[in-house]
Design a protein around this ligand. Sequence first.
Ligand code: SF4
Ligand code: SF4
Length: 164
Amino acid sequence: MIVKRPVLKWWEKIYLPTILDGLITTFKHLFKKRVTVQYPEEKWVPPPKFRGAPVLLTGLDGREKCTSCKLCMFICPPQAIRIVAGETEHPIEKYPKEFYIDFGLCIFCGYCEEVCPCEAIWLKHKYEMADFDRTNLIFDKEKLLEMGREEPYLKGKEKPLKKG
Ligand code: SF4
Ligand code: SF4
């Protein structure tokens, strides 16, 4: 296959119109509203659909929703989730005896939320997860449930079926 290349005019060859075009765009933005956030002094407020760190949710009855099916653990690309299942008093029900998320590995992809059949794990608004010690980034079940209760969209509410 022969690709026909356009023949450039002389003014296109010196790139002057393109440079001028770029300068006009820059000039226009000089008078627009400032969008740069002076982080970390100035905190960024995420939009409602923002997906940050995954947390564990409880139902309206206060019980944790997770049934320890481990789908999230198997789907997680960086293998950031570790679950140890425990038996409940009901013969066919399980609960997570241990549930860890390593935020040093988590990439906030949201696969865990997508795959969860119980809507027990949800990506919330927290995005500041940095720490000097990686071991501090491994959050256990209690910490994840606590983060779920802190979520303003969830306080006293069930998770909506669809975000937005
Ligand atoms: S958001 Fe992605 S990387 Fe993080 S725990 Fe869930 S599946 Fe794993
Ligand atoms: S959070 Fe959801 S997907 Fe993960 S183990 Fe619990 S019920 Fe299964």
